[in-house]
Ligand binder design. Structure first.
Ligand code: FAD
Length: 193
């Protein structure tokens, strides 16, 4: 989810960013953290304002949140298949990769395999291209109780853990939770007839 709102520290009076636009750590809009609908609203806004007043200014420190920066409400829209991904398309593709990794994980994983997957998840949670998503995922995994640590002993427990990780994001985004008893049918065996 986008980070909490942060007021511009240089006291400028730039037009508020459209709803849902998330800024990168360099203060510029982050495409892989933003939906295509919000991105289009942003480019429309930019085309209507002078270059010096656009939200892409490198001096901007405002971080947008839906509640505080809505100027226009972006409408749902399709993303062309040959365009860079938005936060949703990137997310769907990534969940496909992650659940498929769980579906093809050994029934009983060797110590080496567990170590490799542990390393993958560690770097994944640092390098995922939507930085706000990555930060939240890393924080969730590192819960002080240890309860969210990856369960890597074998396919069933890893697949269930991945489903819970995905449900954590679903809850945050206000989406329906997935019934984790069905993860293998969804991602490994296919649905029963
Ligand atoms: P998705 O959530 O992408 O799910 C794809 C398919 O997976 C579904 O159609 C369903 O069949 C299946 N599925 C759903 N839930 C589960 C589950 N629990 N277990 C197994 N299968 C399931 N977006 C943001 O806007 N903010 C964020 O902070 C954010 N964090 C993310 C963190 C990670 C690590 C990832 C990979 C993605 C994140 N996303 C985030 C993207 C977000 O999770 C969705 O991918 C995106 O909103 C598109 O959602 P969707 O409804 O198309 O389906």
């Amino acid at each position: 989810t986008p980070p909490k709102s942060k007021e511009s520290q240089d006291g400028d009076s730039k037009a508020p960013l459209p709803k849902g636009v998330v800024l990168d750590k360099d203060g510029k809009p982050c495409r892989t953290c933003t939906s295509i609908a919000s991105w289009r609203a942003l480019t429309k806004q930019q085309s209507q304002t002078s270059p010096s007043s656009t939200a892409t200014s490198s001096t901007s420190t405002t971080i947008s949140t839906p509640a505080t920066t809505s100027q226009s409400t972006p409408q749902p829209t399709e993303i062309p298949s040959d365009c860079p991904p938005d936060v949703e398309q990137l997310g769907r593709s990534t969940w496909t990769l992650l659940h498929t990794m769980a579906a093809t994980y050994p029934e009983k994983a060797s110590a080496q395999h567990q170590e490799d997957m542990q390393g993958f998840l560690k770097f994944f949670s640092k390098l995922y291209p939507c930085w706000v998503c990555a930060d939240d995922f890393k924080t969730w995994m590192a819960h002080p109780s240890g309860r969210n640590q990856p369960k890597l002993g074998g396919r069933k427990e890893f697949g269930w853990w991945m489903c819970e990780a995905h449900n954590e994001v679903n809850r945050k985004l206000g989406k329906k939770e997935f019934d984790c008893r069905l993860w293998e049918e969804r991602w490994r065996t296919g649905w029963k007839d």
